[in-house]
Design a protein around this ligand. Structure first.
Ligand code: HSE
Length: 333
């Protein structure tokens, strides 16, 4: 039997608009495949006209979270606003009001992870965040599966599409840095303030989420030793290519001597390493577990369509599985 799922979308920018477009285009196919008919009831934005421009009716536009929290027909709050606040507060309030939460927000999640998981658990609601790391790559689903049996002790990869795009076109086309960044922005890969990408903050947020899941406790992003790509010179990039490798922004978390060590930094990756061949907005993440060995997940790590794909799949999983998919995350003492 078909079940209608009321959704409130927080944020109608590049990602939020892609969610609306995808739901509109796939509504019937989604209903047939899953048995759920997705209905967007609210769009929250600072400027209500943006909600209408994104394709929702005027009555669905709100600048306040309150009517969303009070609406009993809203089952899932899908957050695509980005940034720590007010997003983190909205997510907590939505869970407390009994809504399932789906988010792409790596910053809010990485800074408030334990608290959000705890709030979701107390209210027995879903908190799903597949889109927050690796966009369209089913990374969280894979991690969930691997962590049932394995101790994951190493995570290594390319988790920022913007910087990988910039480094690729600088190396392959000799494109100047500023032009490459503008192109990444035009393609919808970059954060509203691209400093988060190029200085490695975005990758640090993502690494903090992955490492927290592997460690079973919240490892905050400020624990990550971080360096961005702004110190890398065009000569270093071209030289790396001439040597058969590439300069890459590598995120790495490793457990040794009982402690986790986390870093994000630009490094020379030799041609013999798979990560040297990850181009443009693609991401690749190696997960190493004590039973499974090393698994590599590879795919589009930034961009509106892949991110919307993950957000919509999570929306359906939120209704299907509720709190059952919550990670185990020890609360800080
Ligand atoms: N700005 C991010 C990136 C978007 O470039 O990877 C996807 O999280």
């Amino acid at each position: 039997m078909m079940q209608t799922v009321g959704i409130a979308l927080l944020g109608v920018g590049t990602i939020g608009s892609a969610v609306l477009r995808t739901i509109a285009a796939e509504r019937e196919a989604l209903a047939q495949r899953t048995g759920f008919a997705l209905e967007v009831r609210w769009g929250l934005a600072r400027h209500p006209e943006r909600v209408v421009q994104a394709g929702l009716p005027e009555w669905a536009a709100t600048t306040s979270i309150d009517p969303i929290l009070e609406d009993p027909t809203v089952a899932v709050v899908v957050e695509a606003m980005g940034g720590e606040e007010p997003a983190a507060t909205y997510l907590k309030r939505a869970l407390t009001a009994g809504k399932h939460v789906v988010t792409a927000n790596k910053e809010a999640l990485s800074k408030h992870f334990a608290e959000l998981v705890d709030t979701a658990r107390r209210h027995q609601r879903a908190l799903l965040f597949e889109a927050s790391v690796g966009a369209g790559i089913p990374l969280m689903a894979s991690l969930r599966q691997l962590l049932m049996v394995n101790r994951i002790y190493r995570i290594r990869g390319i988790v920022n599409g913007t910087t990988n795009y910039i480094l690729t076109v600088m190396a392959e086309e000799g494109m100047p840095y500023q032009e490459a960044l503008r192109e990444a922005q035009r393609l919808g890969y970059a954060e509203p303030d691209p400093t988060a990408d190029v200085e490695g903050y975005d990758a640090a947020y993502k690494l903090s989420i992955l490492a927290s899941l592997a460690a079973g406790r919240h490892i905050r992003p400020d624990y990550v030793e971080r360096r961005g790509i702004t110190t890398v010179t065009p000569d270093q990039i071209l030289d790396a290519r001439a040597r058969g490798g590439a300069m890459k922004l590598i995120a790495q978390a490793e457990l040794f001597d009982g402690s986790w060590h986390l870093s994000v930094q630009p490094v020379f990756v030799p041609g013999s390493d798979l990560l040297a061949h990850v181009r443009l907005n693609l991401n690749a993440i190696e997960l190493t577990g004590d039973r499974v060995g090393t698994v590599v997940l590879y795919g589009p790590g930034a961009g509106p369509a892949p991110t919307a794909s993950a957000l919509i799949a999570d929306t359906i999983d939120a209704v299907r599985f509720g709190a059952a998919l919550l990670p185990t995350l020890e609360l800080p003492a």
